[in-house]
Structure formats: C-alpha cells, structure tokens
Design a binder for this molecule. Structure first.
Ligand code: TXE
Length: 476
C-alpha cells in the first residue's frame, strides 16, 4: 500500500483506495492509504508548524527544490506518462505530454522563485519611504480533479511552494497515482518536513475536513460547479482566500471563410481528444450556413474513424472514459440530446475491446439549438453538438449565450472577424484557428462568468493568488 505523506513521514492507514485502470477494469494500478479527518488535521497542523521557516527560506532553496522536482519528472516522463495513461485513460502520448508539461511548470516556478520582486516608492509625505512586498498567503489547501492527474497538481503545488506557502494537497481519489509519485519526488527533492503534505481520500471527508479547518488560509480548487459553489460558501464563512476553476461549455465558431482543414482539426482535437474530458473542450460547434453541410459531413466521417481503445495501445487515438459514473453521464446526455431534437450523426455507442473498459465512440450530435440541455450543461465527455447559424453576428451571440466563459474559439481567415471575436468573446481565453483546449503554461489560465472565481492560475499571474501584498512605510 502506498502511504500518505504527513509532516515528512510516510504514514499508512487501515482504510485504502484502489486505483483502477479504466482501459482494463481488471488492472489495479495500485492501492493507496486512505486519509480521514484525523490525518487531514495532522497534515494541516504540520503545514502550520512548517510555515514560518519555509516562508523565510531563501529563493535559492525554493528554486533548487522546484528545479530538482522538474528534472526528475522529466527524466521519468515515459514511466510517469504511462502511469497517467493507466490511471486516467489518456493515450500514452497524451500522458507523456502532460507529464512533460508538469516538469515545465515546476521549472518555470523554480525561476519565478528567483524573480519575486517588490516596489520601492517615495511617499507623498516628506522623508517617508514606501515598500510594497509580497508575502506567502500561509497554509494552502489544494483540491484537484481527476482529468489532469499531474498537470493540475503541478500548476497549484509549484506556485504555492515557490512563493513560500506550505501545502495540504488532496488529489482526486479516482487518480491518486501521479500525485503520489509527485509527493515522493518532492520529498526526494528536499522539501522540508511539513511543507508539503499529501492526503488521499474522498472529497466529502478529506476535502470537507480541509474546508472546515480554520488553519488553512487559502483554498485552490478545480472541479465541478456544484462542488466549487460548496467550496466558495465554506471559504466565505471563514473569510478565507479562494480560487475556483470549474466547468465550461466552450464554443468553437466556424465561419464560411474558414480553411476547412484547420476547422476540422480544431473541432476533432478540441471536442474529442483526451476523451473530451477537458474543461476547455469544444462542446458546442457553431457553424455558419455556407459551410455547415460540408463541415458536418466531413467531421462526422472523421469522428466515426477515430480509433477508440486501450490507452496504452499505439493505434489508440481516444482512450476510455475515466469511470462508470462518467460514462453513464455521457450516455445520458447523448439520449437527452436526441430526445430534445438532436440528430446523432456519428458515434455515441459503446465499443468493445480485448479488455473490459469504459470505451465509447465519440458522439457528434447535429441539428441542435443553443437552448437544448446538451448545449447548456457540461457533459465532460467525447460528445459535441453542432449549432447552425446564419452569420458571424449570430455565431458570436450564440457563443456568448452561456453561463460559462472559460475558452472560446473561432476558425476564420477574416482578420476583421478574428479581431472582433477576440475583443467580444465572453471568455477568459480566446483561440483563433486553434482548438479551444491546449494552453501554454507561462501565461494566465482561467475564465469568466460561472467558469472561474478569483485570481488567474499559471504564469507569473499565479502570484496574485499565492501571495498577499504588504505596504511598509518608513520615516528616514
Ligand atoms: O468532481 P468534483 P467529480 C465535472 C464534470 C464531472 C463532474 C463530477 O462534469 O462529470 O464534475 O466529477 C473534491 N469538499 N468536472 O465528482 O466532485 C473531490 O474529491 C471538498 C469538471 O470528480 O467537483 C475532487 O478532489 N472537496 C472539472 C475535487 O473536489 C470535495 C474537472 C473535484 O471533484 C468535496 C472535474 C467536498 N464536499 C470534474 N466533494 C473541469 N471542468 O475541469 C468533492 N470534493
């Protein structure tokens, strides 16, 4: 059994969690110690004790630990990428790609540790000087989802440690493998006892204990809208800082003047790669009428031809859905789409392979309208719908007509429309001739409306959440 990491000690518990491979339900990836309220409290106490020293550690010490972490992740990318593919169901290239991304994030924040600067200003009063500096927020609680088992933990843990915070980290209980590996790497890289603590367990127990603890100063969360709202209420009740990344219903607008190949690539990749289990997935394809039929016909053909299968097989393009609950949700939404008038143009059926897994052929539903549930609610699977519109103006209106605002894309060769869309799309991220999913790690990530709350993640903007500002006045 793989233990928890609390106060620099590896701790086993009587309860355990099995990590099951969604490509092969007979394959138990590993078994992990399951934390309860007591372990979560112990981790929080340890993080609180470790805070003063870590907050005053040198930038060099933090740099060296983050860099060593990055180096080991990179050196083990094949092994960790395979672990990721086994536990979450991404294909092997996607798993290795995400692992490399995690290494790059640690590397970026190793550099940021050395770059944290303040400001010195003259006061408006004579003989007084003003310093504006940034300090750690304190003990940070990290609650992660299952869909990016190493990248999301990395983009929360790396900045937390970089800016001098201590961490209580709860990965999604469905995919604890990469998080456990990351904890072991951080420990080996020299993170002092208590600075980073790993507690694996169910959200309603471990996550809730984190929310209940007055000793956690800030919570960063990625997951569903419902849990996000719960986290928000719990944080407000304690007047504690929080940051939420939640769902999306991301539009990809395809205009008549598009380069058809570019648009098809964007749609196929954005809607279905990573089994559609990305908060930035293109789930609404909004297509103007001049190109609609050609686009739909070609996309349906390519959707049918996508090779679904075991995540570790070389010929697999689309891995399995992460678990049975998620698979049921996908199938239910396909039925809802059909029952409200949509036309299942391609895919949508269960797929049988040599191993028993959660395989489904990606589904393309056409002839939908934006008021249908399939276009209002996040499905979080390989399911995309097509909405036919008259022109650019209607496309923009439909794209923005959603409670979400994470990523919004357009495929066009018109500079005028691309420029207008960048300015007027109601989303935190806008993509021109690119899939709505797929972002860089050195620039801000996050959305508007119901998709996100609080400061942006990633890049140097991460410091807004992970630090607090101090203004100091001195009479010379
Ligand atoms: O999410 P949850 P789940 C969406 C997607 C998916 C649905 C359910 O639609 O089908 O959410 O997935 C922890 N207090 N997204 O159940 O519950 C939980 O243990 C504190 C979209 O995995 O939000 C996990 O670590 N924590 C999303 C994390 O919250 C609690 C990515 C997220 O779990 C808790 C993931 C509680 N009471 C799911 N209950 C995206 N858009 O990126 C749960 N948790």
């Amino acid at each position: 059994m793989k233990p928890l990491l609390i106060d620099g000690e590896w701790i086993t518990t009587s309860a355990s969690i099995e990590n099951i491979n969604p490509s092969d339900l007979g394959d138990v990836v590993d078994v992990y110690a399951e934390a309860g309220v007591a372990e979560t409290q112990a981790a929080t106490d340890a993080a609180k004790r470790a805070l003063p020293n870590w907050a005053h550690s040198t930038p060099q010490q933090r740099h060296d630990i983050l860099k060593a972490t990055s180096d080991e992740i990179l050196a083990r990318k094949a092994e960790l990428g395979e672990l990721l593919a086994r536990e979450e169901g991404k294909t092997l290239p996607e798993g290795i790609g995400e692992t490399v991304r995690a290494a790059q994030i640690f590397d970026f924040f190793a550099g940021e540790a050395l770059r944290l600067a303040g400001e010195t200003l003259p006061s408006v009063r004579p003989s007084v000087g003003v310093d504006v500096t940034r300090e750690p927020v304190g003990v940070v609680g990290i609650i992660a989802p299952w869909n990016f088992p190493i990248a999301i933990p990395a983009w929360k843990i790396a900045p937390a440690l970089c800016y001098g915070n201590t961490v209580v980290f709860k990965p999604a209980e469905l995919v604890p493998g990469c998080s456990w590996a990351l904890a072991e790497i951080l420990d080996r890289a020299g993170v002092p006892a208590g600075v980073f603590n790993l507690v694996i367990g169910p959200g309603r127990v471990v996550g809730q204990a984190m929310l209940d603890s007055p000793d956690i100063d800030a919570i960063t969360f990625t997951g569903s809208v419902a849990t996000g709202h719960h986290v928000a209420n719990a944080c407000i009740a304690q007047m504690r800082k929080f940051q939420l990344e939640m769902g999306g219903k991301n539009p990809l607008v395809v205009l008549d003047d598009t380069d058809l190949e570019v648009a098809l690539d964007c749609a196929l990749n954005g809607a279905f790669y990573s089994t559609g289990q990305r908060c930035t997935a293109s789930s609404r394809l909004i297509v103007t009428e001049g190109i609609h039929n050609r686009f739909v016909e070609e996309l349906a053909e390519r959707t049918r031809n996508l090779q679904v299968g075991h995540a570790l097989r070389e010929d697999t393009q689309i891995g399995p859905v992460v678990d049975e609950t998620q698979l049921k949700q996908d199938l239910d939404y396909i039925q809802i789409g059909i029952s409200q008038g949509g036309n299942l143009r391609a895919g949508g059926g269960l797929v049988e392979r040599d191993t028993k897994g959660h395989f489904i052929q990606p589904a393309l539903i056409t002839d939908t309208t934006n008021d249908m549930r399939i276009n209002r609610e996040e499905v979080f699977g390989p399911v995309a719908s097509v909405i036919r519109v008259k022109d650019y103006d209607e496309a923009l209106h439909v794209a923005n007509d959603t409670e979400f605002g994470l990523s919004s894309g357009i495929c066009t060769t018109s500079l005028k429309h691309a420029t207008h869309f960048k300015r007027n799309a109601q989303a935190g991220m806008v993509m021109v001739n690119l899939p709505t999913a797929g972002v860089d790690y050195h620039v801000p990530f996050g959305g508007t409306k119901s998709s996100s709350y609080g400061a942006r993640e990633q890049g140097s903007y991460a410091r807004e959440f992970f630090t607090t500002v101090k203004t100091a006045y001195t009479l010379a």
